[in-house]
Write a protein that binds this ligand. Structure first.
Ligand code: PEP
Length: 249
């Protein structure tokens, strides 16, 4: 039986004071929650939120990370700096990084390997564009992003990887994949993992769904056999909408 894992990606929102208020509300309201929880504030609020979630059942995540350990990389944030702030997990390959900031599978793979080498957990996001879905390529796109994103990752490190299936056409659009469609892609990703890491690893890996998850659709999505949680964007910005998702039964 796999655990459920609910993560909130706060994207480029919230000042430190706003982030602190949300983190405090979540610590209080999720303290009896049964699932695995993570919040990923902006870099600027990581230190503030780290102090609030410390000792709670909410893990601290970063939304991105540089592909190099340190050096002349103006504007980037390194794995060493994230660890120094108490970051536990880094979200990599988010569709906004892939499509707006043109990160390719090779770059994302470098980041995945570096994060794992340094002991972090990784949420690797994969997902197809609407045009790719309409062309019948959703499975192939997710397979490529999964295989290339995990290239060179040893089985021992793979246990620290979560995959988030996030169809790009469902992110921030209010359009959600049907639970059946999402489950079919999750099952397909699990098959890909079985090929790469064996049947046990495929049964154990947590695969989150992301894309307009809201309080009123979360339970139906997570009722599906292969959907092990959610990566939540818009609805993660308020305790009123994140807590009902995070405490779904
Ligand atoms: C996301 O950006 O990871 C996401 C799923 O956003 P939203 O929930 O707003 O669609």
């Amino acid at each position: 039986m796999r655990n459920y894992y609910i993560a909130g990606n706060w994207k480029m929102h919230k000042t430190r004071a706003e982030a602190a208020a949300l983190a405090q509300a979540l610590v209080a309201q999720l303290k009896d929650g049964k699932h695995k929880y993570l919040v990923a504030p902006s870099f600027t609020a990581l230190e503030t939120v780290a102090a609030i979630v410390k000792g709670s059942n909410i893990l601290l995540g970063a939304q991105n990370m540089a592909a190099e350990e340190q050096g002349a990389h103006t504007g980037e944030v390194s794995v060493l700096q994230l660890k120094d702030l108490g970051v536990h997990t880094v979200i990599l390959g988010h569709s906004e990084r892939r499509h707006t900031y043109k990160e390719d599978d090779g770059l994302i793979n470098k980041k995945v390997q570096l994060a794992l080498q340094h002991g972090l957990e990784v949420i690797l996001c994969v997902g197809e564009l609407l045009s790719e879905r309409e062309a019948g390529k959703a499975e192939a796109v997710c397979e490529t992003q999964t295989v290339q994103g995990l290239a060179g990752v040893a089985a021992a490190d793979f246990s620290r990887v979560t995959i988030a299936y996030e169809p790009v056409w469902a992110i921030g659009t209010g359009r959600t994949a049907t639970p059946e469609d999402a489950d079919a892609i999750h099952a397909y990703i699990r098959q890909v993992i079985a090929r790469l890491y064996g049947a046990d690893a495929a049964q154990q890996i947590l695969i989150q769904y992301g894309g307009s998850v809201k309080p009123d659709n979360a339970a139906q999505l997570m009722a599906k056999e292969n959907i092990d949680g959610a990566l939540v964007g818009g609805a993660a910005l308020k305790a009123d909408t994140f807590v009902p998702i995070a405490t779904f039964q």
